[in-house]
Design a protein around this ligand. Structure first.
Ligand code: NAP
Length: 308
């Protein structure tokens, strides 16, 4: 048992996948859940993945040894402010937020080091475009990276315990600063997501095309962008607005590269196109070799969802 009483705030895709794992591997004594949606909490209880539901923040956190924030990052600050008076000395707060500098600033600005509250920033780099407690599943974290971003509010013992919790679920741990995390994620996650949002919006709004034809022939490429663009709107609004500087720099760079591509096509620069596509094909192979492609269990799950 790594922690005794664990409180998960936000029982969506990530919170419920975590709860499933904590139960499966017997990692904790009791799991309490608090979520803005009473129906989600009830559902989680029916699924047998939590022990107690709390109707307010005080009841959720007063006995907790570990609190996991798994709501959209925009809620972290207000939640920490509300929970602060009820926290036990020595409690560890960790989070699952996809941006780390903003998330930790929001959490830590409501705490003082003298309170004895420990914070270990975390980001399990695993997910799907689905939301809610029924979208979670046991294998979500397997063979994926969990990035921990220790700060002045962390200590080695708590970092080790949080790391151990994710490792039991099959995650590999990497530690980095929040700023470095946000830079890396801007490239591998935030930019690809915003391009998907943009392309799906553009194609859907094209004049002179039949909407039903776009859907009918979507397997030619559009479909793969719609998977990413189908992600939760609140979560992605919060991520993009709170990693603004880095994301804006990358958009600038992307626009320049897109214009270069436009020029290559306009001037029939086939060699340049071929060279770029060969390079991107090699990158695809490297992703597969690093086992970062969609794993078989996720593919099966997606295929089953499509049948429903
Ligand atoms: P999700 O499925 O939408 O679940 C979030 C849950 O938090 C929802 O049930 C939501 O309720 C609840 N919530 C929102 N505000 C709240 C508040 N103030 N108090 C209590 N509950 C609140 O989201 P998720 O995909 O699990 O993401 C959770 C966190 O993990 C985010 O910070 C995200 O950045 C991070 N993350 C996500 C992924 C991914 O691929 N999805 C991957 C890694 C990390 P309502 O729906 O009623 O608002």
């Amino acid at each position: 048992m790594i922690f005794e009483n664990v409180t998960i705030i936000g029982i969506g895709l990530i919170g419920s996948s975590l709860a499933r794992n904590l139960k499966e591997y017997n990692l904790v004594k009791k799991i309490t859940v608090y979520d803005a949606s009473f129906d989600y909490m009830k559902k989680a209880q029916q699924l047998g993945i939590v022990d107690e539901i709390a109707l307010n923040v005080e009841d959720a956190v007063k006995e907790a040894d570990l609190i996991v924030l798994a709501t959209p990052v925009g809620a972290f600050g207000p939640l920490t402010k509300k929970m602060k008076p009820f926290l036990k000395k020595g409690v560890v707060i960790t989070d699952t937020g996809s941006v780390k500098e903003y998330a930790l600033r929001e959490i830590e600005s409501h705490l003082c080091l003298e309170d004895g509250v420990i914070v270990v920033g975390g980001h399990p780099v695993a997910g799907t475009e689905k939301s809610g407690p029924e979208a979670g599943f046991l294998e979500l974290f397997r063979d994926r990276w969990c990035i921990l971003t220790p700060s002045a509010f962390s200590n080695n013992e708590a970092i080790e315990k949080v790391a151990q919790m994710w490792q039991v679920m099959g995650m590999r741990i990497e530690k980095m600063t929040p700023v470095h995390h946000d830079k890396v994620m801007a490239a591998v996650s935030h930019l690809p997501h915003l391009i998907a949002f943009s392309i799906v919006g553009t194609v859907a709004d094209l004049e002179g095309y039949e909407q039903k034809e776009i859907i009918k022939y979507s397997a030619s490429g559009f479909r793969d962008f719609t998977r990413i663009a189908g992600s939760d709107p609140t979560m992605w609004r919060d991520i993009l607005l709170n990693n603004k500087v880095t994301v804006l720099e990358l958009i600038q760079r992307f626009v320049e590269d897109l214009i270069a591509l436009e020029r290559n096509i306009r001037w029939d620069e086939g060699d340049k196109l071929f060279e770029l596509f060969s390079r991107t094909q090699k990158i695809r192979k490297e992703v597969i070799d690093a086992k970062q492609d969609q794993p078989e269990h996720e593919k099966r799950l997606c295929a089953e969802m499509r049948k429903i």
